[in-house]
Design a protein around this ligand. Structure first.
Ligand code: RP5
Length: 163
């Protein structure tokens, strides 16, 4: 199956965080691609990626970036596909800069912004599967199974002192 989700990030250094989105999609059986697309280092690539994503069959874009994180917002400006933004935890400001850069989109061009770092990346994968699950039954079922297993894991270990 061709990739349905495009995971993009501003730098190779974001992969440690964004790999959690990839792991989640892999676990749910959702086909995806991964690319480094920098808003400020490769602006032309950013434009062409966003412009061509839909015609290539991509249905959801997950964009992660840190610092002055304009990648998700700029991608959203160039495509009407749903864009999920993941604020990468920056060294200088712990990701508060990334979060505020991504979340504060002016009305008109939305970016669905997730939490800073690993949790945000994993949840972006889950949310992409949830969006796709409306159209593809197998992803809906995979997501339901993931959640049921997660619940069962918590319920089967009620005492936090036990391994
Ligand atoms: C942003 O600058 C990237 O998204 C990354 O989080 C941050 C630092 O990039 P590197 O200097 O590590 O390449 O564009």
């Amino acid at each position: 199956m061709k990739p349905l989700v495009g995971i993009i990030m501003g730098s190779k250094s974001d992969w440690e965080t964004m790999s959690h989105a990839a792991d989640m999609l892999e676990q749910l059986g959702v086909p995806f691609e991964v690319r480094v697309v920098s808003a400020h280092r490769t602006p032309d690539l950013l434009f062409s990626y966003a412009e061509q994503a839909r015609e290539r069959g991509i249905e959801v874009i997950i964009a992660g970036a840190g610092g002055a994180a304009h990648l998700p917002g700029m991608v959203a400006a160039k495509t009407s596909l749903p864009v999920l933004g993941v604020p990468v935890q920056s060294k200088a400001l712990n990701g508060m800069d990334s979060l505020l850069s991504i979340v504060q989109m002016p009305a008109g061009i939305p970016v669905g912004t997730l939490a800073i770092g690993r949790a945000g990346a994993a949840n972006a994968g889950l949310m992409a599967a949830s969006i796709l699950g409306n159209k593809y039954e197998q992803f809906h079922l995979a997501l339901e199974a993931f959640r049921a297993k997660q619940t069962e894991t918590v319920l089967s270990q009620p005492d936090p002192r036990e391994a």
